[in-house]
Design a protein around this ligand. Structure first.
Ligand SMILES: *Cc1c(COP(=O)(O)O)cnc(C)c1O
Length: 403
């Protein structure tokens, strides 16, 4: 018999490593864009985990896929392949620039695979001098030691001893700063096609096309980190599709599993061939459960109705936030794309994004921050208009309490 005892937030401090500071409430169940905590208080979910729950909580198509696969087979080693992984890979290949897919379990792992592939490609094709990796300040690529070093915030990579080498950082939306660093020794440029953690920063058209051109001029691979922007988040299946720029390698995670852990690295056959047998791997990567759920996510998101809905829902948010701002004057800008939206706090409220998040929780709406001064919204891509309206009304109340 299993032992059951009541758990509460205080236990976190007793038994968990102190690298997080979770809020006072513990959510216990969710349905669509609503979540309930231990006291049965209801929240409208404008956070989606952190841009993960692309179809809200317990979407019937995802629950169905998980249950069905859960009664067939859960795990195989990579000594065998499996049907859900093959089906998912085929769908990703059919719907993107990519010809080959590698599966893993998270965003960081998909970026780790992309970076290792780029280094191996450069070594095989161009020799050992071509190892420089360029990424961007304020960028975020995950928490493994390689990806956190490639990420553009030293605060996250300092304090762990010697870092992986030959990694440089240019400024986002500043082509000259990339020009100053890039050369024939550059192996790859890794970039988010909209900086998420770094503050919901869109690339200018000139910049993102210029990055592609510079990569081409110097035979460097262009890696798009679409861990946050992918799977419909910005209104297209992947963000690159709306930018007129195609990367050589693309990474996907977060929304891909809709809450079930999975990551994927997508690339061309020509580049993929350098990850020869034995060069990289993952015990759980491509496991049947994750792939079955991700297939259901793709089937649901990649339809004209859902993708068009993202754009109309985004307008509801932006209009709603603007009208809140007209009353309370708290934001200097509402920015972002699709359902990845940043409300930038104005001068008076600098550094207070966390207070807005906490006040919103009190009123029954979950939001995110992106840095200290931006409130971020990354709701379900199929959130109902009623839930948007109700959640924004609660958010307005929260602001009224604060100002
Ligand atoms: C969240 C995120 C990651 C890291 O993903 P994990 O699943 O936490 O490893 C990497 N890149 C971007 C752009 C992200 O937003």
């Amino acid at each position: 018999m299993s032992e059951h005892f009541s758990v509460e937030r205080g236990l976190f401090d007793d038994v968990m490593v102190p690298n997080y500071a979770p809020s006072a409430v513990i959510p216990v169940r969710g349905q669509g864009s609503r979540v309930w905590d231990q006291q049965d208080k209801e929240y409208i979910d404008f956070a989606g985990g952190i841009a993960v729950s692309a179809l809200g909580h317990c979407h019937p198509a995802l629950v169905g896929a998980l249950k069905e696969q859960g009664e067939k087979i859960w795990h195989l080693s990579n000594v065998q392949t499996n049907e859900p992984a093959l089906r998912l890979a085929k769908k990703l290949v059919d719907n993107t620039f990519a010809e080959k897919v590698y599966f893993c379990n998270s965003g960081a792992e998909s970026n780790e695979a992309a970076l290792k592939l780029a280094r191996r490609w450069a070594l095989d094709v161009h020799g050992e001098d071509k190892s420089q990796i360029i990424a961007f300040k304020q960028g975020f690529h995950g928490r493994t030691f390689f990806t956190v070093t490639v990420g553009g915030q030293a605060a996250y990579s300092d304090g762990f001893g010697p870092k992986p080498g030959d990694i440089d950082h240019a400024e986002y939306n500043n082509l000259d700063s990339l020009k100053a660093l890039i050369s024939d020794k550059t192996c790859a440029v890794m970039i988010e096609p909209l900086q998420g953690e770094g503050g919901i920063v869109s690339p200018t058209d000139e910049f993102i096309k210029g990055v592609r051109t510079l990569c081409d001029q110097h035979n460097a691979l262009l890696i798009f980190d679409e861990v946050q922007t992918g799977v419909g988040r910005l209104g297209e299946l992947y963000a690159y599709m709306d930018l007129g720029v195609t990367p050589d390698i693309l990474t996907s995670a977060k929304g891909l599993g809709g809450g079930f852990p999975i990551g994927a690295m997508l690339t061309t056959t020509e580049i993929a061939k350098h990850l020869k047998i034995g060069t990289h791997g993952s015990t759980y990567g491509g496991n049947p459960l994750a792939c079955a759920v991700a297939e259901a996510v793709l089937n649901t998101v990649n339809t004209p109705e859902v993708l068009a809905g993202i754009k109309t829902k985004a307008k509801l948010y932006v209009d709603g936030l603007n009208s809140i701002n007209a009353k309370y004057n708290v934001f200097s800008e509402i920015r972002g794309k699709g359902l990845l939206i940043g409300a930038v706090l104005n001068e008076k409220y600098q550094g207070q994004a966390k207070n807005f998040l906490n006040a919103a929780m009190d009123e029954g709406v979950m939001v995110l921050v992106a840095g200290a001064s931006i409130v971020r919204f990354a709701p379900s891509l199929v959130i109902s208009d009623e839930d948007i309206t109700l959640g924004l009304a609660r958010f307005e109340k929260a602001i009224a309490n604060l100002v």
